[in-house]
Design a protein around this ligand. Structure first.
Ligand code: SF4
Length: 310
């Protein structure tokens, strides 16, 4: 029976045991996030023969900030070492296409494992821990299927099933909180400075570039929220659920931003407190524009990108 520790579950990216899959399998376009684009299956021009990134220490300076906010949740090493038993796409080019197809499937399974493991760590979700445990075991079992099975797996259907439990977890955690329902809301650039977002449902909300300085986001559900460029300086995210490191890495913050204990302060955040980030919180109920959209689109966390190859 698998435990719930992300490290024991293999959910922490281990680039040393991966064949650079995020730098080969995934496509990206030339943009503010990537200095040069590439097609799916084409190795990035910066990927070395040893599957490491030649510009890892200067990704932001060299125009690849998108690579600093990617997280495969350990899918890269699982596909490389378990599914394909240590045979790289260079050693076995005949299986490369299948490996590239399996990688995003595995990433979704591992992301689900991450969320379910977090749910199992929440005491307030205790009444559904048995069901969550089953979901964890089934997802873990699927992740160990053969490449042929994984390639054809209806991962969206599995995701929908597990999401029912994650939504129930969210309701249990947020019960009794004043949080509003901003699920799927268009909050791009919203002025939420000092807002009371305690226990808010921000599942899949678009918070790109939102001003969340000094906001109270405790116990809010942030699964799939797009936090790219959102300013979290001085915000309190203590107890926020389903927030990932990739989402944080895509946002801005400062030394006064309070984080859930499992997450770490991104290295590009300043070590100092910004003046605006320590403003007094606004009265409960205040906030920026909001357009709740029913239904969770099941997007992956934020920009979904955390540090790529080391
Ligand atoms: S981490 Fe480096 S090698 Fe990988 S995609 Fe980004 S720039 Fe390319």
């Amino acid at each position: 029976m698998p435990g719930t520790n992300p490290r024991e579950l293999g959910l922490l990216a281990d680039c040393d045991n991966c064949f650079g899959l995020c730098c080969v399998a995934l496509p990206f376009s030339a943009s503010a996030d990537f200095a040069a684009g590439k097609a799916a299956g084409e190795p990035c021009r910066n990927l070395r023969d040893d599957f490491r990134c030649s510009i890892h220490e200067q990704l932001r300076q060299r125009g690849y900030p998108g690579c600093t906010v990617f997280d495969c949740f350990g899918a890269g090493q699982k596909v490389s070492q378990v599914t394909f038993e240590g045979r790289s796409w260079r050693q076995a080019p005949g299986t490369a296409g299948q490996m590239y197809a399996v990688f995003p499937v595995m990433r979704q399974l591992h992301e689900l494992l991450w969320y379910v493991a977090e749910a199992l760590s929440l005491e307030s979700a205790g009444q559904i821990h048995a069901e969550l445990r089953q979901a964890l075991e089934e997802t873990e079992r699927l992740s160990r299927e053969s490449a042929d099975v994984l390639e054809k797996l209806d991962v969206a259907a599995h995701r929908t099933e597990v999401n029912v439990l994650l939504s129930r977890t969210s309701e249990l955690v947020r019960a009794g909180q004043p949080g509003k329902d901003h699920r799927g809301a268009d909050l791009i650039g919203a002025r939420l400075k000092g807002a009371d977002l305690r226990g808010a449902n921000l599942r899949g909300a678009y918070l790109i570039g939102a001003d969340l300085r000094g906001a109270d986001v405790r116990q809010a559900d942030l699964i799939g929220a797009d936090l790219r460029g959102a300013d979290l300086a001085g915000a309190d995210l203590t107890g926020a659920i389903f927030l990932t490191q990739a989402q944080l890495n895509a946002a801005k913050g400062d030394a006064a931003t309070r984080l859930p204990p499992a997450l770490t302060r991104p290295s590009h955040w300043p070590d100092t407190r910004s003046e605006a980030g320590t403003q007094t919180r606004a009265k409960p109920g205040s906030g920026g524009r909001s357009k709740p959209v029913p239904g969770d689109r099941g997007r992956s966390g934020g920009a979904g990108r955390r540090s790529r190859r080391r």
